[in-house]
Design a protein around this ligand. Structure first.
Ligand code: FES
Length: 130
């Protein structure tokens, strides 16, 4: 698993994002074995900004996506859970409609380098001292 260090923080490769079009999303899975792991996704907003969230609905903890990389509404403007239809803002993961209204998706710290998104290792380690 490719790792990088930026400003003293360690990151691990999550997914390629250079080809990710605006108003679309892409899933990733990081498995570090005993050190931990993470199922997450990246959204590219209309303006080009990238956001990363854990793939877990605050309603039941279920994965959010409809199909492998599809986390967004048809318009591409909002994140929507495929189970009971909760809607979330891409900007901060806030649920504004549905059964978990007012709750938030877990935002993940990451950096983009050379078209690749790298997730902060501290987000996924079960035991940061390992
Ligand atoms: S599991 Fe996501 S809205 Fe119910």
């Amino acid at each position: 698993m490719e790792k990088i260090e930026v400003a003293g923080v360690h990151y691990v490769k999550a997914v390629e994002v250079e080809s990710l079009a605006s108003k679309s999303s892409r899933a990733f899975t990081i498995d570090l074995g005993e050190q931990g792991g993470c199922d997450g996704f990246i959204v590219r907003e209309e303006g080009g900004a990238l956001r990363a969230y854990k793939n877990s609905c605050p309603h039941t903890g279920a994965p959010l996506n409809w199909t492998p990389d599809q986390f967004l509404t048809i318009s591409g403007q909002y994140i929507q859970c495929s189970i009971h239809g909760a809607m979330f803002k891409t900007q901060n993961g806030e649920c504004f409609a549905g059964p978990c209204g007012g709750k938030f998706l877990k935002a993940l710290s990451f950096v983009e380098k050379n078209g690749i998104a790298y997730l902060a290792l501290q987000e996924i380690q079960k035991n940061p001292s390992i």
